[in-house]
Write a protein that binds this ligand. Structure first.
Ligand code: ADP
Length: 867
């Protein structure tokens, strides 16, 4: 087809006419502008499409080279007709394909076209003529221009930097946004400059490599810093692609964002994250429904839930049931845009334990619109602070309830705190004192103490119980004892001092009074004939009077119990020691007899040692007061008496016992004398015999009673023996049966108890008392005797009552003495021993016997025995 076409075309051109109508018709109908020329370039043919395109009808044979009216290069430079591509081709030049030109029509309109000139040659290669096809590319070109315009508009207005860089780094283009980014005033500032100059030094090599690789055809991205013309450093992120430049070279097209802010934001976010995570406070955010949206490390530690467990849950999981009411309140405040500051509350950990916390909750707003979208919560664990606060309150209470003034001062001596006792003690209120120098409390003559005290504090020393004088606000002087301790801060540096001031005025006065009273006491004690000593509560003897030193001959510097063993009788040492120790332990007085050696006579003397505790108002033993009283004389007298009594007892016993025998002889022979010789004897002799017999009978009674009397103390302790008083009365009555019958006495007895005495003694008691009740009956009436017993507390009181003659009050004591009688033997027989025996029995049992009587009416004899 081509070879046929080419031959036909050659014929057609060279022949100068169109013999082949098929060709002719075909070319005429083609919508492409076609014209032909001869070897000299004169137009020989054109088709209708060429007329239409060029906007003119050319003159064949006259017009040369082109059918167009005027031709321009794409950049607008006019192109003379003889230099147009067809002319060049006819002149034998090689014309590249794809040339684009602009032609102007006579009416002034322009169009883009691409020429496709071709020449015909003869067999020798000579040019015979040419043919040119003009492809109308106006539409394409317009579209291209439009796209370029659009592109330019985009490039001009985009906020990103658009730039084109040559392989060597020369900046070929940069849009206005880019110029602004690098601080260039206009394109002139940068065109032709090397981009590397504005790349930060540390990024320059990287950027050069990047540029070169893009110019070799790679697509890539890079982050780097630029230092603009104003010196401002910006962080950039560039996305680059290779671009084919119109000069054929491949250049670097880049779209670059200024990511400085984004990077700052990222860094700030990282920083914030780090801050949030490293905070000791739990930082939690939640949305307006109370759903947790973030949860930092401290929240994990504080509440025991991990971030996974916490996020997505309702914040109410942390709220103890009794605090649930807080949440709606908090949400309502947040919704109003309010901040909740340092709200102290209690929250619950995962393990159920409760936590004191302080919450600060701020609304979180959407960055763009400012709408509240949630809240950030900072929870601080204040358990420790609460504990400290409580402890602080306690300390405060202690400080204020102290009777001592408690003051703190700094190292310049300026008062920093002042408690209530300080107000009372010194008369300044806290407001008056704090901020003042402590020297205001010092009398002029004590001022030199302060530098000394401060120096000691600076060395970290404590000043203890330093007794000094301070001045009150009213000028009065005060005796005080100071205890001052350095106060250190948390790093251990001494920053001040705490001072405890105790008013010792009172104790000083007390001490003075004590000294005075002690002096008086010693004066008194020294004049006493007894040994006097005082001891501390622990038993250490701290004072002896003169008498002690005189008696013992000890050194006056010796106190305590030194020397006691040397002067105590060996048999008394242990007993005294035990008694004294027991007394100290019990805080009870003691009373003990012991022997002490008289240094002058070198012999033992009996003493009664007594000690009493001295107690303060709180009943605490503060001292012991003791005496040793010489009872040696008394002891000896007692001893003598005891021996005499023993002798007497012995004598009475043996006398009464030994007298019984001769008495019986006298009695028997006087009886015989009376029965055998009474008839022959004179009336006088008979009377004498009767006297002898009566005397002997009375003597016999006396001896019997005396013997009974001495026997009372000879019996052993009854031990566990218990005597039934009913039995004792029965036996007594049996012994008295004769007298009862003779006197026709009426005897009655109540049921009686048993008591811890010898039965024998109880019987003697009743026999004597009932016997007396019958004997001392009234002549006017029948004797009535009643025996009874009554319990009173720990005692039984026995009563023998009669209706006899009674006893006058003045004899009520007397009658219990030995041989004491109110009547002679002619009136009432008797020995005066009966009641004495009763008394002796009662003494033996630590009982008591007495009489209640109304003379002429009767008597009640009572005796008391322990139950
Ligand atoms: P006596 O052997 O004289 O009875 P007592 O020691 O028994 O000696 O009594 C001392 C004196 O007490 C008696 O002499 C008597 O005067 C008086 N007396 C004792 N009992 C009674 C009594 N029940 N009524 C009146 N007087 C009594």
């Amino acid at each position: 087809m081509i070879s046929v076409g080419a031959k036909a075309l050659t014929n057609f051109v060279v022949g100068g006419d169109l013999k082949d109508s098929v060709f002719r018709e075909l070319i005429q109908a083609l919508p492409v502008a076609i014209y032909m020329t001869d070897a000299q370039g004169r137009l020989t043919y054109f088709n209708p499409a060429a007329v239409k395109l060029s906007g003119r009808v050319p003159e064949l044979g006259t017009d040369k080279w082109c059918i167009t009216w005027r031709i321009f290069l794409p950049d607008g430079t006019p192109l003379p007709h003889d230099q147009c591509p067809m002319a060049m081709a006819l002149k034998g030049a090689e014309v590249p394909t794809g040339i684009e030109c602009i032609a102007e029509r006579p009416d002034g309109t322009r169009f883009w076209f691409t020429p496709c000139p071709a020449v015909f040659r003869d067999a020798e290669g000579r040019i015979l003529g040419g043919i040119n096809l003009l492809m109308d590319i106006t539409d394409r070109k317009n579209a291209e221009t439009e796209a370029a315009e659009q592109f330019r508009a985009i490039v001009e207005t985009t906020p990103e930097c658009v730039k084109i860089i040559a392989p060597d780094g020369t900046l070929l283009f940069m849009n206005p946004a880019g110029l602004a980014m690098v601080g260039a005033a206009s394109a002139a500032d940068i065109t032709g400059r090397n981009v590397y100059d504005i790349i930060a030094a540390e990024d320059r090599d990287r950027f050069r490599e990047f540029n070169e690789s893009v110019c070799r055809g790679a697509k890539a991205s890079l982050q780097f810093d630029v230092v603009g013309f104003g010196g401002a450093r910006r962080h950039m992120e560039t996305h680059a692609a290779p671009l084919r430049h119109h000069d054929g070279a491949t250049v670097h097209l880049a779209i670059t964002h200024d990511v400085t802010e984004r990077r700052q934001a990222e860094r700030a976010a990282l920083l914030l994250r780090a801050v949030v995570d490293s905070s000791d406070d739990a930082i939690v955010s939640k949305n307006l429904n109370g759903i947790i949206t973030s949860w930092n490390k401290s929240a994990e530690r504080m509440f025991g839930y991990t971030a996974e467990e916490g996020i997505g849950q309702s914040i109410t999981m942390l709220i103890p049931p009794d605090r649930l009411g807080e949440e709606p309140e908090i949400l309502a405040r947040l919704a109003r845009g309010e901040r909740v500051d340092h709200f102290e509350t209690v929250r619950r950990r995962k393990d159920g334990s409760l936590l004191d916390i302080s919450l600060t909750i701020s609304p979180v707003r959407d960055a763009a619109e400012g709408v509240i979208i949630g809240a950030s919560k900072i929870a601080r664990d204040i358990s420790e602070r609460k504990r400290v606060e409580r402890a602080g309150l306690l300390l405060c209470a202690i400080v204020n309830s102290s009777d001592d003034a408690i003051i703190s001062k700094d190292l310049n001596g300026i008062i920093t705190s002042w408690n209530e006792s300080a107000e009372r003690m010194f008369g300044y209120t806290a407001a008056e004192a704090v901020g003042q120098s402590v020297t205001m409390l010092m009398p002029a003559d004590r001022l030199e103490e302060e530098p000394e005290i401060l120096a000691r504090l600076r060395r970290g020393e404590r000043v203890e119980h330093f007794e000094t004088v301070r001045r009150r606000k009213d000028g009065a002087l005060l005796d005080i004892s100071l205890t001052i301790s350095p106060v250190r801060n948390s790093k251990g540096v001494i920053v001040g001092a705490s001072k405890i001031a105790r008013d010792i005025g009172e104790s000083k006065r007390t001490r003075a009074a004590l000294v005075a009273s002690e002096a008086r006491f010693r004066q008194l004690a020294d004049t006493m004939p007894q040994i006097v000593w005082t001891a501390r509560p622990d038993g250490y003897i701290d004072y002896y009077n003169e008498r002690w030193y005189e008696y013992t001959g000890f050194n006056r510097n010796v106190f305590g119990h030194a020397g006691w063993e040397a002067i105590l009788h060996p048999e008394d040492v242990e007993r005294r020691h035990e008694t004294w120790c027991a007394a100290i332990n019990a805080g009870q007085p003691y009373n003990i007899e012991y022997r002490l050696k008289d240094k002058n006579l070198n012999r033992w003397r009996w003493f009664v040692g007594r000690a009493v505790p001295v107690r303060d108002t709180e009943d605490k033993v503060v001292k012991w007061f003791g005496t040793c009283t010489d009872i040696d004389e008394q002891k000896r007298a007692q001893e003598k008496l005891r021996r005499a009594n023993d002798d007497l007892e012995q004598f009475a016993f043996s006398a009464s016992h030994d007298l019984q025998e001769p008495l019986r002889t006298v009695k028997i022979y006087s009886e015989l004398l009376a029965s055998r010789h009474v008839d022959g004897a004179s009336g006088e002799a008979r009377q004498f015999v009767t006297f002898v017999r009566d005397g002997a009978t009375r003597m016999e009674m006396l001896v019997r009673d005396l013997l009974a009397f001495t026997q009372v103390i000879k019996m052993d302790d009854p031990g566990d023996e218990i005597a039934d008083a009913n039995d004792a009365v029965k036996e007594a009555l049996a012994n008295l049966a004769g007298a009862i019958a003779e006197s026709r006495a009426e005897i009655s007895t109540d049921p009686l108890p048993a008591v811890r005495v010898h039965g024998m003694h109880l019987q003697q008691l009743f026999q004597n008392l009932i016997g007396n009740a019958i004997k001392y009956r009234s002549p006017q009436r029948q004797p009535i005797v009643h025996v009874s017993a009554e319990r009173r507390n720990a005692h039984w009181i026995f009563t023998v009552s009669d209706n006899g003659i009674g006893i006058a009050p003045e004899y009520k004591e007397n009658i219990f003495g030995l041989f004491k009688r109110l009547h002679n033997s002619n009136e009432y027989s008797g020995t005066g021993i009966g009641l004495a025996i009763c008394q002796r029995i009662m003494d033996r049992y630590h009982g008591r016997i007495w009489v209640e009587s109304e003379p002429g009416y009767g008597s009640d004899f009572r005796f008391r025995l322990p139950v």
